[in-house]
Design a protein around this ligand. Structure first.
Ligand code: NZQ
Ligand code: ZN
Length: 392
């Protein structure tokens, strides 16, 4: 195990912290671009409270609203243009993963004269790796991606039907103001998808990583169990701030880097899902709930011991030995049953998606990430045919 790790994002966690936003942002700038989504923060009153806090601290405000779920590069370009036109010097991302991801790319695009899409990994290369960006303060309103405390951003190019990412240390938010009260208005289905997303961030590194990462394993198992305990409570009672707080912290910890460092794990389920999302504009974790258990059943055959560990430690099953495939598969069944129980789809047919484009998704996924031999990196690597089988 070899790694170097630094996550510089300062975390301010706890109910009521939205009121501190102005003072926090004031440490980084004088005029903020506040980025928001399709209107949830306006309906809940969170936007007005955020602006009030900013103004009380003497910070001028410009706005970029209407960032889509599965955010588009066109929204990034629009936000960057507003930063330049308004002379903003700090960005406040007030919303879900889509808003936070768009904000991160806006922060670099505002200082770049070229096409912002140049920064997103596509065709296996970044045309432009940004070296400067405005400071970003994240204020997450949903527990899901962990974007608030990581340096990744996932953006869609509608024209070319490519959904891909940038992940560089420059894009770590300066501060994450995490106030779980902001998440009480998240509807039931989006709450469930958030739980599925955070768990998948952990299963990907856990199951695709190298052997002998006991600390990362225990951390992943613990966060998954915490999400499985508190997620259903937040889904049953959206106003349960304690449950909201636990899953918000779980979502952040799931992708903050601690469970991933040293594992060297690629994220094949995410890569396949992003391609499906690019074509159908589905909710990210609805796609994950469908693909992940199917992928696990495929991969358990070549990495059985790890799936047995997952079944035993997360679901309390008792295996006959480290090669007990039946136990491994039973653990996956239990995981899929959990996803169903919280309301996630587990088949494409539930989303009205047929099998017509399965080969296209597989080939497009390889255009973004490949091992150079025509396979998708993962444990094990996957050919186009393997991916089609998993989608099916
Ligand atoms: O757009 P608004 O009106 O705000 O509504 C959103 C949206 O409809 C709503 N919502 C958010 N907070 C709410 C709320 N509704 C009521 N009350 C609130 N407090 O929820 C819907 C989904 O929002 P979105 O931001 O799209 O969700 P999520 O946080 O799941 O983000 C998904 C995006 O992040 C990417 C995904 O691919 C997808 O594009 N990812 C980003 C990652 C990262 N940066 O680390 C990693 C992930 O694996 C993922 O790929
Ligand atoms: Zn995800």
């Amino acid at each position: 195990m070899n790694f170097e790790f630094q996550n510089p994002t300062r975390i301010i966690f706890g109910a009521g912290n939205l009121a501190r936003l102005g003072d926090v942002v004031g440490e980084y700038g004088k005029k903020a671009l506040v980025v928001t989504g399709g209107g949830s923060v306006k309906r809940s009153g969170v936007f007005d409270r955020a602006v009030e806090s900013l103004k009380a601290a003497g910070i001028a405000v410009a706005e970029c609203s209407g960032v889509e779920p599965n955010p588009r590069i066109t929204s990034v370009a629009r936000g960057a243009e507003t930063v330049r036109a308004e002379g903003c010097d700090v960005i406040v991302a007030l919303g879900g993963g889509s808003v936070m991801d768009a904000s991160k790319v806006i922060s670099a695009a505002a200082l770049y004269d070229g096409d912002p899409w140049d920064m997103i990994l596509h065709g296996q290369e970044n045309v432009y790796v940004p070296t400067e960006a405005l400071p970003v303060i994240t204020v997450p309103t949903i527990a899901a991606t962990g974007s608030e405390t990581n340096c990744g951003a996932v953006i869609t190019n509608e024209e070319t039907k490519v959904k891909s990412f940038i992940q560089i240390p420059l894009l770590y938010p300066k501060v994450a103001v995490m106030d779980p009260e902001l998440t009480v208005s998240v509807p039931r289905d989006q709450t469930a998808y958030g739980v599925c997303d955070l768990i998948t961030h952990l299963t990907e590194s856990y199951l695709n990583g190298i052997d002998n990462t006991p600390i990362q394993d225990r951390l992943a198992e613990g966060v998954i169990q915490t999400a499985m305990e508190w997620g259903p409570r937040a889904i049953a009672d959206g106003g349960d701030v304690e449950a909201r707080a636990q899953i918000q912290w779980a979502a952040s910890v799931a992708l903050i880097g601690w469970a991933q460092i040293g594992t060297d794990a690629p994220y094949p389920v995410h890569m396949m899902e992003h391609t499906v999302s690019a074509y159908h504009d589905i909710t990210h974790a609805a796609g994950l709930a469908i693909i992940n258990p199917a992928w696990m059943r495929f991969a358990a055959r070549s990495n059985t011991a790890k799936y047995v560990q997952f079944a035993e430690r997360v679901f309390g099953l008792k295996a006959k030995g480290a090669d007990d495939l039946d136990c491994a598969l039973e653990g996956i069944d239990k995981f899929e049953a959990f996803l169903k129980s919280i309301g996630c789809p587990t088949r494409f047919s539930e989303l009205g998606i047929g099998d017509e484009l399965f080969e296209t998704y597989a080939r497009d996924t390889l255009k973004i990430v490949s091992d150079g031999k025509g396979n998708l990196p993962g444990r094990p690597v996957m050919s186009v045919e393997d991916m089609i089988g998993i989608f099916r």
